[in-house]
Ligand binder design. Structure first.
Ligand SMILES: CC(C)(COP(=O)(O)OP(=O)(O)OC[C@H]1O[C@@H](n2cnc3c(N)ncnc32)[C@H](O)[C@@H]1OP(=O)(O)O)[C@@H](O)C(=O)NCCC(=O)NCCS
Length: 280
């Protein structure tokens, strides 16, 4: 059964208190073309309860809003064509372990405006939650919907044992939502924790594409000179135009610790939750 989560509590649980969210424009003006916006409703669905119809809805949403392929991709992929998803592929990529997986959906009225998949696994004596997919409707971005979706699981029983959170993404804002979940600023991220743990965390990962991913960057390779700090080679040839544009804003504001992005790679961010925060 889906768990409907009260909107304001969601945002309060999102890692940012409401006054901060208001400061950041959640309730007021937004940079999106959609003018009037009420806070979304979130549904959190256990992996085993995700129906085929929901999966099909999520695959369509992903195909319409995720992004486009790089211009150098080879057939059958189409250069600059939309990255497409099917229900079967979604099940394979995001539900390798349904009992340890959640789907979070954000609705404005009855319209789907965002979706996230998260999955957890054991790493040493810790439990890691990994964001395996995060997409917000292209007209509803920068309203803390992604932040709110992740925050909506924070107070659940499912999240209670979690001590580490992680993401691999080309998009700096996606990494930022993870920092928000930990109630950190991106600039405060602990790079030594990533250096010491990222490889071993990925070795234990249940999603196969993560388990095989080679890490690249200054944190993992002494001889690295291309400006990369924390990347994983996930062999995902998605177009980097938008991530690069967003990256520039983070770099020029001095709030980007993960270095530059490379073709076929994604930023890797893992954060150890402060003990007092884990169970809030
Ligand atoms: C990445 C994505 C999910 C972010 O969703 P969102 O709802 O816009 O994110 P939020 O509003 O919660 O923003 C999170 C933070 O990133 C910042 N941010 C978001 N978009 C930004 C942009 N284009 N430029 C600069 N900062 C941005 C926000 O200001 C916010 O920071 P703050 O909390 O310090 O104010 C969305 O852009 C998206 O769907 N992109 C395409 C798919 C993709 O790349 N997904 C990631 C793969 S895992």
């Amino acid at each position: 059964m889906p768990i409907a989560v009260d909107n304001l509590q969601d945002f309060a649980a999102s890692g940012l208190d409401n006054s901060v969210l208001q400061d950041r424009g959640l309730a007021a003006e937004s940079q999106s073309p959609v003018n009037s916006f009420s806070t979304p409703r979130f549904e959190v669905i256990g992996g085993g309860d995700v129906t085929q119809a929901r999966l099909a809805q999520c695959a369509t949403f992903f195909s319409e809003h995720y992004g486009v392929w790089d211009q150098n991709v080879a057939a059958p992929l189409r250069p600059k064509g939309r990255v497409k998803m099917t229900p079967a592929k979604l099940r394979k990529e995001c539900f390798s372990n349904p009992d340890d997986t959640l789907l979070i959906m954000a609705f404005k009225d009855d319209q789907l405006v965002g979706q996230a998949f998260v999955t957890k696994w054991k790493y040493r004596n810790e439990i890691v939650v990994w964001v395996t997919q995060l997409v917000v409707h292209s007209q509803y971005r920068r309203r803390h919907i992604a932040t709110g979706m992740l925050g909506s699981i924070r107070s659940t029983e499912w999240f209670r044992p979690v001590t580490i959170i992680g993401i691999a993404s080309t998009h700096p804002a996606a990494c930022n939502t993870l920092a928000n979940l930990a109630r950190f600023r991106m600039a405060q991220v602990d790079l030594s924790f990533i250096r010491q743990n990222a490889a071993a965390i990925l070795e234990c990962a249940t999603p196969r594409y993560l388990r095989g991913a080679k890490l690249h960057g200054e944190l993992f390779e002494e001889a690295c000179t291309d400006g990369a700090v924390s990347l994983a080679d996930t062999n995902f040839p998605v177009d980097h135009a938008e991530p690069h544009q967003v990256l520039e804003t983070y770099v020029s504001a001095n709030k980007w610790p993960l270095g530059s992005l490379r073709d076929g790679h994604e930023f890797v961010l893992v954060i150890s939750l402060p003990e007092e925060e884990c169970r809030l």
